[in-house]
Ligand binder design. Structure first.
Ligand code: ADP
Ligand code: MG
Length: 270
């Protein structure tokens, strides 16, 4: 969808769903209303939807199909683990959901926003405000205090945090007493918790974590997992976590299994 040109609002109807599109600050928001009462509850909690998402890397003879037709719906507040062999497409999927990369085909909607039409600037704004990305390496800025690292996404937008929310996040993550420390004064587990706090500061629609415990020992893995679970429980955070670790996956409510770019398993555990 082209989100720069065209009318300011659009309405469309299909299979009992009315779609209303509104363009604001160059971004396109989509709201869906059911015209069929029974379906109302179904669509209102959906925070993420993928339809027929494909990703092909490379050209000509050296093409790799990393994602091959992903259809997925995730509800607000779900804690989902993504598992699968190396090369099965897990990181590619996460990058597409976080608007770090674009699909070759298909549609991705996050919190009512269609990602397909975002230009580079809009994608950067989306990443900062709507998703929290956490990687194996913490990517903290070494010359800034813990407090300043956490507040960086807001500072880039010249925004002030809600003091109450900031305190809730740092308390939930057990780093309230380390705010004036520098990153290199913290353990690996603590640094990862600071990275998680930074990713939560915008109250993102999605927290996307790519093997966040991959670089940690057992004790620190436990700590980081407990903190993710707390943010899920206390802040209602929707989480997608890629992991190789079976014990990490077993903490999630839902396990998606990828193989050769397809979802071959989708198990709800509670
Ligand atoms: P996973 O995270 O499950 O290990 P990836 O999503 O990283 O898998 O990779 C899926 C497939 O896409 C692999 O075959 C990988 O080699 C390929 N791939 C990933 N990123 C690129 C890229 N930037 N260019 C070309 N091929 C890529
Ligand atoms: Mg990967």
């Amino acid at each position: 969808m082209d989100i720069i040109e065209g009318p300011v609002t659009e309405l469309s109807f299909s299979s009992g769903i009315m779609e209303y599109r509104k363009r604001k600050n160059g971004l396109c928001f989509i709201k869906k209303y059911s015209t069929d009462r029974q379906r109302k509850g179904d669509s209102s909690m959906e925070i993420l939807r993928c339809e027929g998402v494909r990703k092909v890397y490379g050209l000509g003879g050296s093409q790799v199909t990393a994602l091959d037709g992903i259809d997925l719906s995730i509800e607000k507040g779900e804690f989902v683990a993504v598992v699968g062999a190396s090369g099965s497409g897990k990181s590619t999927l996460l990058h597409i959901l976080g608007s770090v990369d674009r699909p070759t085909d298909g549609k991705v909607i996050v919190d009512g926003m269609d990602l397909s039409g975002l230009n580079q600037t809009q994608a950067a704004i989306f990443r900062r405000r709507k998703v929290g990305l956490v990687y194996q390496f913490y990517n903290l800025i070494p010359t800034l205090t813990v407090r300043k690292n956490i507040l960086m996404p807001l500072a880039l937008d010249k925004k002030k945090p809600s003091q109450e929310y900031f305190e809730k996040v740092v308390a939930s993550l057990g780093i309230a007493d380390r705010l004036e420390a520098m990153p290199n004064q913290l353990s690996g587990g603590q640094q990862q918790r600071v990275a998680i706090a930074r990713s939560l500061i915008y109250r993102p629609a999605l927290l996307l974590a790519d093997e966040p415990t991959g670089n940690l020992d057992q004790k620190n893995t436990r700590e980081v997992l407990d903190m993710l679970k707390l943010s899920h429980r206390n802040l209602g955070q929707t989480i997608l976590i890629i992991t190789h670790d079976e014990n990490v996956a077993l903490e999630a409510e839902r396990i998606l299994t990828l193989e050769d770019g397809r979802i071959i398993g989708d198990e709800r555990r509670r």
